[in-house]
Write a protein that binds this ligand. Structure first.
Ligand SMILES: [Zn+2]
Length: 124
């Protein structure tokens, strides 16, 4: 058996790498409870958008990590060829549903008309 160190999914012995995360599997399951495993909740086009949305999540008490899709040491080679996004926002699995709702609210507020008021990001 192999485990993806990124998403924690378990694969049969014949599988060498996680097709979703494109990382080589490890023999041992990732440490920590599954509820704390990172999950991608949103993809962002650039660093500024990522930092902004991470700030919104932190404001709601959700610890968010911004991960660039580019491989360190490989210049502009994309880590994930299925998306043109610059990077992705990750939160603990237990916070994923709330994080998605917060981001949807925030983006919805932006679409409704330019200015984002405090009420929009406070979440009521
Ligand atoms: Zn994976």
């Amino acid at each position: 058996m192999g485990y993806c160190p990124d998403c924690g999914v378990e694969y049969a012995a014949a599988v060498a790498a996680c097709p979703r995360c494109r990382v080589v599997l490890t023999a041992d399951p990732p440490p920590g409870p599954r509820s704390l495993e990172p999950e991608v909740v949103h993809r962002v086009p650039d660093a500024a958008a990522g930092a902004l949305l991470c700030g919104v999540l932190e404001h709601h008490g959700i610890r968010a990590v911004l991960r660039s899709a580019t491989l360190p040491g490989y210049g502009t080679v994309r880590r994930d060829w299925s998306t043109s996004a610059w990077g992705e926002i990750m939160v603990a699995r237990r916070d994923a549903a709330e994080a998605r709702a917060v981001i949807a609210d925030y983006l919805g507020a932006l679409e409704r008309g330019g200015q984002v008021r405090d009420e929009d990001v406070e979440g009521g």
